[in-house]
Ligand binder design. Structure first.
Ligand code: PNW
Length: 480
């Protein structure tokens, strides 16, 4: 017999917001149109084609640059409260620098924002979703501390031009992922081989850049524009493979390196990098014969300056991993070795099209609870959650994923008191999936990439998402 369910546990509270997300390089196309400059993803896809699974690129992608009205119509049909998109730095500032603004870029984003507002859809804007102007990479990219100033200039341009209408800002999307581009030459752009150094140096600048943009907003724009500024971090849940102290400690290290590296300086009471990260990298650097730690240090002033610089916590969460300690210290520096963990997936967890992504809903609740405990229950918005497949409209595995994760989110919210106020599905539509090209699809809408018109059609998952947004609850037939 079916156990009667407490229906309030399947209901989203008043004021809870639903949205869907995209990112500029993944959907816009028009890579060299109307004065746009080149980004590191233009460079990588054109010059290092071997790094992209199908040798493809985002030259045209979903062609959203020319089809914003179509995209807004899809959003309207879904009934979402907000749309999360990102600005392309090189479309607005072709060289990356503030001295030459591309007005066609300003026009494009004004058109998008106004079209959204006409339909009552709130814009949620990401300032940086990985597409650094190539000319700033030529200066060394994120490991060069001067980029914090250039990022502040770029953020100011956005606040000045769009801040009258954008009330939710995300400075960076997933620093823990894009800084891998400075760790290994087979990774995200710019694919620089500097293991054990590049990621820390890049992250150090990114944290300063984030804080500068936040303070700029506070000092110059908050009073008139009355918006919020946060950052999006991504983290998998790490489940200890065995119930030992050592396994628990390994998973805690994983969380502190992958998320705490950014979360602790911004969201913790004390600020700065987590103790365990500092101790590990300092000690291992010394054991490897370096005179100074590979992890840069913040001054006390910088620690204070960065601490507390977020009005909300943007969380991207996709999956769970099993952790086992691995404590051999390599003679060669590497971020992975600094963590001291081996991770894997349980074979019983349903697979997606992405090697790193499995459907493990219970890990979502665990990570939400741990964020509440770690950072004093900050307001959290899920800025991405989604599942990949290879083809088709009858995407039952995606439906299973979203229902499972939303059900766990509701438990965290109602039973554990986690302060989650919104949920974003990745993605509005199939798009350019970075190093996987077009081989992995995450969309609630199917995009036909062989048709120049790039027709978008709603998938079965899109229809169910629409139903959830309309009813503000998990449909009866999906309740356990
Ligand atoms: C996110 N992981 O990246 C990005 O923000 C999106 O642009 C991307 O399309 C989406 O997820 C799907 O990949 C991630 O390995 C990449 O855990 C990798 C991981 C998480 C997020």
């Amino acid at each position: 017999a079916r156990v009667p369910t407490n229906s309030s546990n399947y209901t989203f509270p008043d004021g809870f917001k639903f949205g869907v997300a995209t990112a500029s390089y993944q959907v816009e196309g028009a890579w060299n149109k109307d004065g746009k400059g080149h980004s590191i993803w233009d460079y990588q896809t054109h010059n290092e084609t071997y790094l992209i699974a199908d040798g493809s690129n985002g030259d045209d992608a979903c062609d959203s640059y020319h089809m914003l009205e179509k995209d807004v119509a899809l959003l309207k049909n879904l009934g979402v409260d907000f749309y999360r998109f990102s600005f392309s730095w090189s479309r607005l500032l072709p060289s990356g620098h503030i001295n030459a603004v591309n007005n066609a870029g300003i026009d494009y984003y004004n058109g998008l924002i106004d079209a959204l507002l006409r339909e009552g859809i709130e814009p949620l804007a990401t300032i940086y979703h990985w597409d650094l102007p190539q000319q700033l990479q030529d200066l060394g990219g994120w490991p060069n501390p001067v980029l914090a100033d250039y990022f502040e200039d770029y953020a100011r341009l956005l606040f000045e031009n769009f801040g009258d209408r954008i009330k939710m800002w995300i400075t960076f999307n997933e620093p823990s992922v894009f800084t891998n581009g400075y760790e290994s030459n087979i990774n995200h752009a710019p694919s620089i081989e500097a293991p054990g150094f590049g990621k820390y140096l890049a992250s150090h600048t990114v944290l300063k850049a984030h804080a500068q943009a936040y303070h700029l907003y506070n000092n110059m724009f908050r009073e008139t524009q009355k918006g919020n500024v946060g950052i999006t971090l991504t983290i998998d849940w790490c489940e200890p493979k065995e119930e030992t102290e050592h396994h628990l400690a390994a998973c805690e290290r994983f969380q502190q390196f992958e998320m705490g590296l950014y979360g602790n300086p911004i969201f913790s009471e004390e600020g700065d990098y987590p103790e365990i990260v500092k101790t590990r990298v300092d000690n291992i650097s010394e054991a490897q014969g370096f005179r100074r730690s590979r992890l840069p240090k913040f001054t006390q002033d910088e620690i204070e300056y960065i601490r507390g610089t977020a009005d909300f916590f943007g969380l991207n969460h996709y999956t769970t991993q099993l952790g086992t300690p691995s404590t051999v210290i390599d003679s060669q520096p590497s971020y992975r070795n600094d963590i001291g963990i081996h991770t894997e997936y349980d074979e019983s967890w349903p697979e997606s099209a992405s090697s790193w992504l499995r459907d493990v809903p219970w890990g979502f609740r665990k990570i939400l609870v741990s964020l509440k405990q770690r950072y004093g229950n900050p307001p959290i918005i899920i800025t991405e959650n989604g599942f990949s497949d290879r083809e088709g409209h009858e995407d039952d595995s995606r439906i299973h994923y979203h229902i499972g994760y939303l059900t766990e989110l509701l438990k965290a919210l109602h039973e554990d008191g986690v302060n989650v106020f919104g949920y974003t599905a990745w993605s509005l539509m199939d798009n350019f999936e970075w190093n996987q090209g077009y081989t992995e699809r995450f969309g609630l809408h199917y995009v036909n990439f062989t048709d120049p018109e790039r027709p978008r059609t709603i998938k079965k998952s899109g229809k169910i998402f629409k139903e959830i947004v309309a009813t503000r609850e998990i449909p009866e037939r999906f309740r356990k």
